[in-house]
Write a protein that binds this ligand. Structure first.
Ligand code: 39S
Ligand code: MET
Ligand code: ZN
Length: 768
């Protein structure tokens, strides 16, 4: 006997990123759509079988996606804006990719749907657009096809859908401030889900999982009644034996639990990792309806450390005091962890045994479920439990006393830069001699196939470090020359030597470990390979100084140094679980502080410290914002730069500008300049900058780098005037909205030429 086991979702990119490779080949015209479909089918079969072999009871289907599961949901509901429908593609995949990445070709020219961060992860979803023309109806057979595909393999899966509440809350109406959740819309959406459930009942599904992660956010007026109206309709359509699991993750649903419980779902999935105490308390307070099973999300889907069985079993036991109906589940989809530790031969065995990636987590899930139903005697005899206990009983790493001593010696003054910003800004303007509306870029220039191939050659030992460095220097030379030619003011070296802005820094810091193949999907086919924080962190050696000094030696312009900030390094790594995020971030802050001071000493006058991921990990609930995050994250950033001279200009960059609510905290980072994404509808952030009397100089991105489209000079000029309506011209910088590494040279240089021309045109008009 063992408790019922359920997996919320499985990675789909493939053990060796097969899906990425075939789709990118298809985009380049090097593979057919048939080949894409065949690879996708093989991957699905492989993943289902792995889950079956691991003894998982409820194996997900429809967790597969070519690009993004929100996009799939939009297509399922026929939420396809007119501009894509008009392209009238022959194949549904072509419409899907046009929505995901835009389309420029013989059928037309359309921008992509906007992309946003999926809650607090580094995964991005596409934002569905609902407008007056939207006609909600069941529009795709994808979930049914995949269910049948698995059934043919002898596996009755549990179809997974993003729920209607989360879908509606995350959708946008481009013509209005907000989507209006009127009766018609609610009824239409609920009707599609009801139809889907009925169809699945007919196909022989036993469980359907509906994901509602938006339930873990603070509630606004009307949220719970919206949820109730949707689900009372959907659940009344439940027929025959089919059961509905309402699944939540990334936090707790204490403020919705009573409502959810009263609705009579067959299963309720709770995250007992991120929402542990509150979720448990809610279950204890309100009980569990008689026919409802609680799916205890105990296997962490957000980190790669082994599960602590004793802790998980304790959580299951606590639930069993309230209800006998407890299933064991992953705390979220496993999409956010890499595939398998198999093949990570670069990690010593005694290191590797501390990690569980997706495949290993299946095994853990099964073992926890078996133990959850075992009596005390059987538990005592369990070799698995003993081995697991031993893993957590031992001391994993010795702490570094030097790091501890440095941290202990810090005083309040170390977190405050002198003199005050307004004074510094004046001095910097004189020292740097920049024009009004200075132009710059965010740091990286296109990572061409040639550059990556060179790095691959170094990895494989086909070239040596000296040859590699020469190659990178020639790339830097060419990039500087080009920037000078088109007339940018503050130059960058291009970041060619970096595989990734976080992995690269990890590779040069003590305390980090690296994998060969632990890729995780970030958006579309783009993946990241986060480094692992294994021990105490310190700087092994100067990291960027030689590159930046070299670049500065090649030009009379100001060369901007480029660093990744401590909060972002931690957020895009696999953090330790034995010390707090705050402690790890402080260690990182000291390491990057050393680098800042070395850059300054090497003659670098402008230093950018990217905090691209600072906003991403802002807790989902407002009450947690300061005490659980900002109160240490913002000071950690200040610690990095507080010791530089007044004339050294500190920049920072954030990819997303959804920081209206924390605008004061952003200002409190005390950077001199910030650049951020402000394409499309986020002019609202400019209002916040205006209203908050934001002190930091700012470069709201004047064009979107996520698209290959080349913005015209006029377009950028218009954009600058929009910005000038809200900001003091003395404080405005002109830049794209993020780094250019994912773009090609073909679109990058004309776009930047237009950017410089637009800035010059506006300067000339202002001077008159
Ligand atoms: N960590 C992180 N998170 C982020 C971002 C970011 O830049 N970094 N940006 C935002 C958007 N997200 C992004 C995520 C990934 C990529 C990206 O470009 N990923 C690349 C991989 C980058 C990389 O690590 N490249 C390595 C290795 C690449 C690789 O696969 N090499 C091949 C061989 C390549 C060849 O021979 O041509 C191999 O090893 O098989 C390198 O350059 O060295 C990809 O998926 O294609 C961009 C943005 C938000 N989150
Ligand atoms: C994802 S933020 C990117 C910042 C980095 N400096 C770059 O330009 O690529
Ligand atoms: Zn960015």
């Amino acid at each position: 006997m063992s408790a019922l086991t359920s997996v919320s979702g499985f990675p789909r990119i493939g053990q060796n990123r097969e899906l990425k490779k075939i789709i990118e080949a298809y985009w380049k015209g090097n593979a057919s759509l048939g080949e894409v479909r065949a690879t996708a089918k093989e991957l699905r079969a492989k993943h289902w079988k792995l889950e079956q072999e691991a003894g998982i009871d409820l194996i997900p289907s429809n967790d597969f996606s070519y690009y993004d599961q929100m996009l799939d949901t939009a297509i399922l509901l026929n939420v396809i804006p007119q501009r894509y429908q008009r392209l009238a593609f022959e194949n549904p995949e072509e419409t899907l990719f046009a929505m995901g990445r835009g389309y420029q070709g013989d059928k037309g020219d359309v921008t992509a749907l906007p992309m946003k961060k999926w809650f607090t992860t580094n995964y991005h979803y596409l934002v569905p657009e609902i407008d007056e023309a939207t006609e909600i109806k069941l529009n795709s057979t994808k979930p049914f096809d995949e269910f049948n595909e698995a059934k043919e393999l002898g596996i009755v899966t549990k179809p997974v859908l993003i729920g209607p509440y989360t879908f509606l809350k995350l959708a946008r109406n481009p013509q209005a401030e907000e989507v209006e959740y009127d009766r018609g819309l609610i009824d239409a959406v609920a009707a599609v889900y009801a139809e889907v459930i009925t169809k699945f009942a007919g196909l022989g599904a036993e469980w359907i999982q509906i994901d509602e992660p938006y339930l873990v956010l603070d509630k606004e007026d009307g949220d719970l009644s919206l949820f109730k109206s949707l689900y009372s309709k959907i659940l009344s359509a439940r027929k025959g034996a089919v059961k509905v699991l309402l699944n939540t993750y990334f936090g707790h649903i204490a403020d919705a639990y009573e409502t959810v419980n009263l609705l009579g779902f067959d299963g309720i999935g709770l995250d007992l990792n991120e929402g542990r105490e509150e979720n448990l308390a809610a279950v204890e307070q309100y009980g569990v309806a008689e026919n409802t099973t609680i799916f205890a999300g105990v296997i962490n889907g957000r980190n790669i450390w082994r599960n602590n069985y004793a802790v998980s079993l304790g959580l299951v036991d606590a639930l069993k005091k309230v209800t006998p109906n407890v299933a064991v589940s992953t705390a979220s989809s496993l999409l956010h962890v890499p595939f398998s530790t198999e093949g990570e031969t670069g990690l010593a065995d005694e290191v590797r045994r501390h990690f569980a990636f997706a495949v290993e987590k299946l095994g853990e899930l099964h073992e926890v479920a078996v133990l959850a139903d075992a009596d005390e005697e059987a538990k005592k005899a369990s070799a698995e439990l003993k081995a697991n206990q031993a893993l957590f009983d031992g001391t994993r790493v010795a702490s570094d006393p030097a790091v501890a001593a440095r941290l202990a010696a810090l005083t309040d003054d170390d977190f405050v830069r002198q003199p005050a910003r307004a004074e510094r800004q004046k001095e910097q303007r004189e020292a740097l001699g920049l024009p009004l509306l200075p132009t710059t870029t965010i740091g990286s220039f296109p990572q061409t196939r040639e550059i990556r191939a060179e790095r691959a050659k170094l990895r494989k030992g086909e070239i040596d470090k000296a040859e590699y460095d020469e190659f990178m220097k020639s790339q830097i030379d060419a990039c500087i020359k080009h920037q000078e030619e088109i007339g940018l003011d503050v130059l960058v070296h291009g970041e060619f030597e970096r595989n990734d802005m976080v992995e690269y820094f990890g590779q040069n810091l003590n305390g980090f470990l690296f994998t060969k193949n632990a890729w995780v999907q970030s958006y579309g086919t783009r993946c990241v390979k986060p480094p692992i924080v294994w021990g105490d962190v310190s700087r092994a050696n100067p990291i960027t100084v030689e590159w930046s000094a070299y670049a500065q030696s090649r030009t009379d312009h100001v060369m901007k140094g480029m660093l990744t900030g401590p909060v972002t390094i931690l957020n895009w790594s696999w953090p330790r679980e034995d010390i707090t995020h705050e402690q790890q971030t402080q260690q990182l802050a000291l390491a990057i502080r050393d680098e800042v001071l070395d850059l300054e000493a090497a003659g670098i006058k402008v230093i950018q410290i990217d905090e691209a991921a600072l906003r991403e990990k802002l807790p989902l609930r407002k009450t947690d914002w300061h005490k659980k995050y900002l109160d240490w994250a913002i000071p950690a950033f200040r610690l990095v730069h507080s010791a530089v001279k007044p004339t050294t200009q500190i920049h920072t960059h954030m990819c997303y500008s959804e920081f209206n609510d924390i605008i004061k905290d952003i200002d409190a980072m005390d950077a001199d300049v910030i650049s951020f994404e402000a394409s499309r509808g986020d002019l609202v952030v400019l209002d916040a900058i205006h209203d908050a009397k934001f002190e930091t100089e700012a470069g709201p991105g004047v064009y979107d780098i996520h698209s290959p489209r080349i913005p015209s000079e006029q377009e950028i000029e218009d954009r600058i005037y929009e910005i000038l309506k809200k900001m003091d011209v003395e404080k405005v910088w002109i830049n794209p909205d993020c780094g250019l590494k994912t773009r090609g040279n073909a679109e990058t240089w004309p776009s930047l030429e237009n950017l410089v021309a637009a800035a010059k045109a506006v300067r000339a008009k202002i001077a008159k």
